[in-house]
Structures are given as C-alpha cells and as structure tokens.
Unconditional design. Structure first.
Length: 115
C-alpha cells in the first residue's frame, strides 16, 4: 500500500511564496513521476505541474515562471516552490504519484492567497 502525505499549505498575501512537500511511503520500488493538481472552490481539479524520475518538468501555462517542481528520488519526495502567488492560485493542492502505472493521491493541502 502506498501513502502520500502533503504539507506546506498556508494563507499568504498576494505576491507571497509557499513551498509544498509531498512524501510517498509504502511498498514502492520506483516512482515514475510525481505531480501537483489543484482544485478551487466550485471548480474542477486542474493539473499544475509534474516532474518525472529523470528530472524533466512540465507546467500549467499560468504558473510557468512562478512555480518550480522538483523531486528527490531517494526520499520519494516532491516539492512545489510557489512564488508570486495570486488569489487565483488559491485552492486545495493535491499531490499525485505514478508508481508502476498506478496513480496515488494525497489528501490535499489548502493554499489561500488574499489580495
């Protein structure tokens, strides 16, 4: 069984920064990739960023240049560094890990950006 635990969500002012962490634990041989999705109140969940085991990254257009995703393979931990936060970035951020072609999700961490 695989579990993901996220942390780092908080309330910040417009223009602020946060760093989210997500650690996978359990019966894991290799993590193929990890990523972050977010869901604002009343809206559908959307993909934000992902990082593969080889370090390649991809970003949602609206966060490119402000967010940075990374992964520590040895610790099976992914990070999402968020700078220049805007109210539109508010929502519950969910970590996802792809392990042997299966997706595992965390419980979510709340990010609130106030103007």
């Amino acid at each position: 069984q695989v579990q993901l635990v996220e942390s780092g969500g908080d309330s910040v002012q417009d223009g602020g920064s946060l760093r989210l962490s997500c650690t996978a634990s359990g019966n894991i041989l290799n993590v193929d990739s990890m990523g972050w999705h977010r869901q604002a109140s009343g809206r559908e969940r959307e993909w934000v960023a992902s990082v593969s085991h080889d370090g390649s990254t991809n970003y949602l257009g609206s966060v490119r240049g402000r967010f940075a995703i990374s992964m520590d393979n040895t610790k099976r931990t992914a990070f999402l560094e968020m700078n220049g936060l805007k109210p539109g970035d508010s929502g519950v951020y969910y970590c996802v890990s792809y392990i042997q072609e299966r997706a595992y999700w965390g419980q979510g961490t709340q990010v609130t950006v106030s103007s």
